[in-house]
Ligand binder design. Structure first.
Ligand SMILES: [Zn+2]
Ligand SMILES: [Zn+2]
Length: 893
């Protein structure tokens, strides 16, 4: 479709959207200039990097539509806008995906070996990597693709090593044997955040542990009986009178027949269970601490793969942990030591990548000491330098910071950044060396070295991207120009994984926040408020929506449908219901634009800004002044809404202005001026063009394609000018016109009132009616022709209406409207219809009264049913009364 061809009558986004996108891209409009001295600060948004193997889902659609709207808004406001995209190598997720592919060939990663496996993952990533980025383009994302990064790129890997070395030098990275969260399926350590708590219904078992001297028992409760095989103590609170005499004595641990001490520890809660707890230092973080305080041994009984160790009694050795759970309970029962089995619901950690129950396990890992990093990150929030939208999310952030725990960063995976530590192979030296560059020999003894086998947590590279994607640790021009950024838009799920850690990294390595505003948006849910997910099969494919309804319709639905702090509800079973309003809006804009374009003759006198500098104010009609004032109000409201991240308000305000004010009222009002030789045609054209263009600009961040397509068509475009980079409409206080707003609103009210009466009495659309208005308002006289045309009336009378059958209404200022009906409809028929309908309703009312008079029904039926039936009665009574009033107005024949 060239610029000179007429617009097709139907808006068809397919093809048009892709073409416009290519044009923007080719013109380099997504790539900002580095600002020079005196330029305004750039606007910088870091796109949450999708996993490199990801396929676009509605969550991405939502997240990126919001970011794109903000970026387009600030770009039009004259700031160099950098929206920086990338993909994340996503350690566990990607490794799992490739392992699944291998499994289909009957292989495991161990069959391939590390090098071949890594090569295989790279191959997979090269295939899938571009997919999601292309999909983001299809929804209109105006990201700077020329700067696209991948977290395993050489320069980003360099940044990861640099961060590791610097933190290590400061003593903030250490290696040690601690209890960590372990996924027995992925065979790797996880951070606390990666072990997602899920409510599980299980049991709480109470076991009797006999005292070693045979003088009695002490009862302990547990949800993980299999771990008792590794118990090395029983602990009680020192002040618990029930157990004071037992502290220091021993129990004989059943099954394994091990003598273990009863210790007193301040951390034991006497009110939990029996007040006595079993202590398994090798398989529980709290027990690990107790064990350290009391010098208890840690006996590992569960192996990496979730099976029990081989040195246990035959019944258990090598068996799965959950099988052994049952066997241990059975064994206690057999021994007569099972005291109680109670149902119990509690939160259990699950691997966030494969949903396997996480096993707390004693293991040697690398950790980041987080408290020193958290302090400034918390202070930045408390001082107001870092703010959250919605505000309450800030407290989630603060709480996490206040209760921060050290971060386990090593993963027993093959896909990721290798830990930059080399161990000397000479046992006499035994050095461990942290290095920015690969070591060939031990720096201490020149002996051979081997690099740590493990890789770093994926988030250890993600937390650096606001800097590393701009070239850090080098002092690049990009880093100088675009750090710190402004807004981070993301799902609340990754507040701790990513957002909080980026804040810490930014403050630690750059001394400045990476962004100042964190906008945590809602979640996409179905009509039953369930989160959309693959496993539930309730997802919506955004590309499907783009194909059927257009990217603009998708974006409009997303943005208009979600307020700050709420979720987006869509119906996967009925895409039409969810997305048709967006498509209908696009069609409405298209039709209004086509109409205007076909009526512009290129000789239109210009309006400079909203204020008619060239066309004199005295030339404007009431309707012209009204639409200009409405436009001014819309500029103010929409701009404020965008600034405050209330994108749904911005979309709604512009929707109303375009659909109702412009298309339904103003364009209808000016039609006679456009068609005929009536005076003021060029004024109407100029006002319509200008206000329509402003509306397109205000809507562009939400619906970029249709707005650009139409805007480009309007006369007077400079060569290469595009809506995407046109300056944001300025508010012009001279355009405010309170009187015009008030007066034209009254005209609208009058037209609407007559239309309502026409609809109520079923007057045919083509049928003209007479009308009487009680007050002779100046606006009515000015717009008399408009009122007559839009309400389809003949001459309008003022003052006292004639005494004849008719319909009436009262306007907000007290003016009465009267429409005689005698010559518009068959009064006899209408009376009969109303009488029949009244009779029917009265019948319903009588039946309902009887039903509710039945004491048995009222007594037996659930209260909500009775309440519903009462509501029906009230509603039918009201309807019957309204009909009777109408009938009375029509008088008798
Ligand atoms: Zn897992
Ligand atoms: Zn050495």
């Amino acid at each position: 479709m060239g610029m000179t061809e007429p617009l097709p009558p139907q808006y068809n986004p397919t093809g048009l959207e892709a073409r416009l996108y290519r044009e923007w891209l080719a013109a380099g409009l997504f790539t900002p200039r580095r600002p020079g001295p005196g330029d305004p600060r750039p606007y910088v948004v870091m796109m949450p990097p999708p996993n490199v193997t990801a396929i676009l889902h509605m969550g991405h659609g939502l997240n990126n539509s919001i970011q794109d709207a903000l970026v387009r808004f600030e770009r039009m406001r004259g700031r160099q806008a950098l929206w920086l995209p990338g993909t994340d190598h996503a350690g566990i997720a990607t490794q799992n995906a490739v392992e699944k592919l291998l499994a289909r060939e009957g292989k495991t990663r161990f069959d391939l070996g590390r090098e071949a496996f890594e090569a295989r993952v790279w191959e997979h990533v090269r295939e899938t990597g571009p997919v999601i980025l292309d999909q983001l383009k299809a929804i209109g994302s105006s990201a700077d693709w020329s700067r696209t990064y991948f977290t395993l790129d050489e320069n980003l890997s360099h940044a990861v090593r640099e961060a590791f070395v610097r933190l290590h030098e400061k003593g903030l990275i250490y290696r040690g044997k601690y209890i960590i969260n372990w996924c027995p399926r992925c065979l790797t350590a996880l951070s606390n955040e990666e072990a997602e708590k899920e409510e599980v219904t299980s049991h709480l078992w109470s076991f009797d542990y006999p005292l070693a001297d045979g003088s009695g028992v002490i009862t302990v409760a547990t949800t993980r009986p299999e771990t008792m095989l590794g118990d090395t103590a029983v602990a009680v609170h020192p002040d618990d009178p029930r157990y004071r005499d037992l502290v220091g004595r021993e129990v004989l641990l059943p099954i394994v027949e091990r003598r273990i001490p009863i210790v007193a520890d301040q951390e034991i809660d006497p009110k939990f269970g029996t007040g006595a707890v079993k202590v398994t230092p090798a398989h529980d973080p709290l027990d690990f601490d107790i064990g350290r305080r009391h010098g208890l041994p840690a006996i590992e009984v569960i192996q990496a793969d979730g099976r029990m160790t081989d040195d246990l009694p035959n019944l258990f050795a090598g068996r799965d942990r959950f099988e052994v759970r049952k066997l241990v309970v059975r064994e206690f029962e057999r021994l007569g030591l099972l005291r109680k089995t109670e149902p119990h619901t509690h939160a259990v950690g699950h691997c966030y990548r494969c949903d396997t129950v996480v096993e707390p396990r004693l293991s040697e890992q690398w950790f980041v000491r987080m408290a020193p990093l958290a302090a400034p990150a918390l202070a930045a929030y408390r001082s107001g330098a870092l703010r959250f939208i919605p505000e309450r999310r800030g407290e989630d952030y603060a709480q996490w910071m206040e209760n921060i725990r050290d971060w386990c960063i090593s993963r027993q995976l093959w896909w990721g950044h290798r830990i930059p530590v080399w161990y000397c192979l000479d046992p006499a030296c035994g050095g461990a060396h942290v290095s920015r560059t690969a070591l060939e020999a031990c720096p201490a003894c020149r002996g051979p070295v081997r690099q740590d086998e493990d890789v770093l947590d994926t988030w250890f590279s993600s937390w650096l991207v606001p800097m590393s994607s701009l070239g850090w640790p080098e002092r690049t021009e990009d880093l100088r120009a675009f750090y710190p950024g402004d807004t981070l838009v993301t799902a609340p799920e990754i507040l701790f994984f990513w957002v909080a850690r980026m804040v810490m990294a930014g403050l630690e390595f750059m001394g400045e926040l990476p962004f100042t505003t964190v906008y945590l948006h809602g979640t996409v849910r179905d009509t039953q408020h369930r989160k959309m997910s693959k496993s539930l099969g309730n997802g919506i494919d955004p590309l499907d929506v783009v194909e059927r309804f257009g990217a603009d319709a998708l974006r409009y639905t997303i943005i208009a449908g979600m307020a700050v702090g709420t979720d987006l509800i869509l119906d996967p079973a009925d895409l039409e219901a969810s997305f048709a309003p967006g498509r209908n809006f696009a069609n409405k804009i298209w039709n209004a634009g086509r109409f205007l374009l076909s009526n512009l003759d290129g000789t239109t006198r210009p309006l400079a800004g909203l204020h008619p500098d060239v066309i004199r104010r005295s030339e404007l009609t009431l309707a012209d002044r009204w639409i200009i004032a409405r436009c001014e109000a819309t500029v103010l409201e929409a701009t404020l809404a965008y600034e405050r991240f209330r994108l749904n308000d911005a979309a709604t305000v512009v929707y109303h202005f375009l659909w109702s004010d412009l298309a339904d009222w103003y364009i209808e009002q000016i039609k006679p001026r456009l068609y005929g030789d009536q005076p003021g045609g060029d004024v109407a054209r100029a006002v319509a063009q200008r206000t329509f263009e402003v509306a397109l600009q205000l809507l562009h961040p939400v619906m970029p394609f249709i707005t650009e397509a139409l805007w480009l068509r309007f006369p007077g475009r400079a060569l290469g000018a595009r809506l995407i980079t046109s300056p944001w409409p300025e508010s012009d206080r001279r355009a405010a016109d309170h009187a015009a707003l008030r007066d034209f609103a009254l005209v609208q009210e009058l037209v609407s009132a007559i239309r309502t009466i026409r609809a109520e009495y079923g007057i045919q659309p083509g049928q003209q009616v007479r009308a009487w208005v009680s007050a002779r308002h100046e606006a009515f006289e000015i717009e008399l022709a408009t009122i007559q045309r839009l309400a389809r009336t003949g001459p309008i009378g003022f003052g006292q209406p004639p005494r004849e059958p008719g319909g009436s209404a009262v306007l907000s200022d007290g003016t009465t409207v009267f429409v005689p009906l005698g010559d518009a409809i068959d009064l006899g028929q209408e009376r009969a219809r109303l009488a029949r309908e009244t009779e029917r309703l009265n019948g319903l009312v009588a039946g309902q009264e009887k039903k509710l008079g039945n004491e048995q029904f009222v007594a037996r039926a659930p209260a909500e049913i009775v309440a519903k039936e009462r509501e029906k009665l009230t509603s039918w009574r009201q309807q019957a009364r309204a009909l009777e009033a109408k009938l009375a107005q029509l008088g008798s024949a």
